[in-house]
Design a protein around this ligand. Structure first.
Ligand SMILES: *[C@@H]1O[C@H](CO)[C@@H](O)[C@H](O)[C@H]1NC(C)=O
Ligand SMILES: *[C@@H]1O[C@H](CO)[C@@H](O)[C@H](O)[C@H]1NC(C)=O
Length: 271
């Protein structure tokens, strides 16, 4: 019984020490990173296994109807996505978090319709469910479905097929130049659209920093629009972006203090 007291003493002391040091250690971790920050490798790494789905197409041969989709991207040609895009069904869209992800897709198990080879596309739109339909309900949950731009569909299947079974897998996105940041909204509701994102391509967190503020977590609004109601006009802006595979990169002083709404800024680096 006599031993108990010193043991408890030690325990209490250890707890006090732990409480004392924890914020210091975490505080340093939060302050230190400038530049590239990688989390422990492999934590959320991209699942590149092949899965089954179906594919259809929408829009015309020039990609009409594929622009300005539910991800919030605008002119897909100006933004670098071009015609290599698809709208995802509810099961794949994940409320817009999957926007920007890249996929390799090939037609399978329909020899009368399938063409050899595969395509690589970026998710830029949503294929909405339609619960009043009783047939051809491809985009209803829980089905995994790619509604491809017509030119992409015609690379893997014949037009007359209409719908084909496919195999798909996630692939790293290869983008030219830096991540771009588009500003919209107003001083009290800043919306940022990051696009042309390489690496995993889809984003799970965005933070913004004015040069007079610390890092501010942004919340995802619709599609890939991230918002804050902290007023940041008149300050240089930096962004900290984390992709779905857990990789975080800092884009420092991307927008000058004279930035305005409806402008696009080059993040200079990419994933
Ligand atoms: C849903 O399907 C029904 C039946 O085919 C159709 O009349 C309706 O226009 C569709 N709704 C949408 C939003 O596409
Ligand atoms: C923020 O940026 C502005 C404009 O470049 C500069 O005048 C100001 O000194 C900067 N403030 C801080 C705290 O770095």
């Amino acid at each position: 019984m006599k031993l108990l007291e010193p043991m408890m003493y030690t325990k209490v002391l250890m707890i006090i020490v732990a409480i004392w040091f924890a914020p210091i250690i975490y505080g340093q971790e939060a302050e230190a990173p400038i530049g590239d920050v990688a989390e422990a490798p492999g934590t959320d790494s991209l699942d590149t296994a092949w899965y089954d789905a179906r594919a259809t197409f929408y829009g015309d041969i020039h990609g009409g109807e594929t622009q300005q989709g539910a991800c919030g991207y605008g002119n897909l040609f100006k933004q670098g996505y071009g015609l290599a895009t698809a709208a995802l069904s509810t099961a794949l869209f994940n409320d817009g978090y999957t926007c920007g992800a890249c996929y390799e897709i090939m037609c399978v198990n329909a020899p009368q319709w399938c063409l050899p080879g595969s395509i690589k596309i970026t998710a830029t739109n949503f294929c909405p469910p339609n619960y009043t339909k009783t047939h051809d309900i491809w985009c209803n949950p829980p089905q995994k479905h790619f509604d491809l731009s017509q030119p992409m569909f015609l690379k893997i299947a014949q037009y007359r097929a209409g719908v084909v079974p496919v195999k798909y897998r996630r692939i790293p996105c290869v983008k030219r130049g830096g991540v771009r940041f588009e500003t919209t909204g107003n001083p009290y509701f800043l919306m940022i659209l990051p696009y042309n994102v390489g690496g995993a391509g889809d984003i799970k967190a965005v933070q913004v920093k004015g040069n007079k503020t610390g890092w501010i977590a942004m919340s995802k609004n619709w599609g890939q629009h991230w918002t804050t109601n902290v007023v940041l006009t008149g300050q240089q802006l930096s962004f900290r972006v984390t992709t779905s595979d857990g990789v975080t990169k800092d884009f420092i002083n991307v927008a000058p203090k004279t930035w305005g709404f409806g402008q696009t800024f080059d993040g200079r680096i990419n994933f």
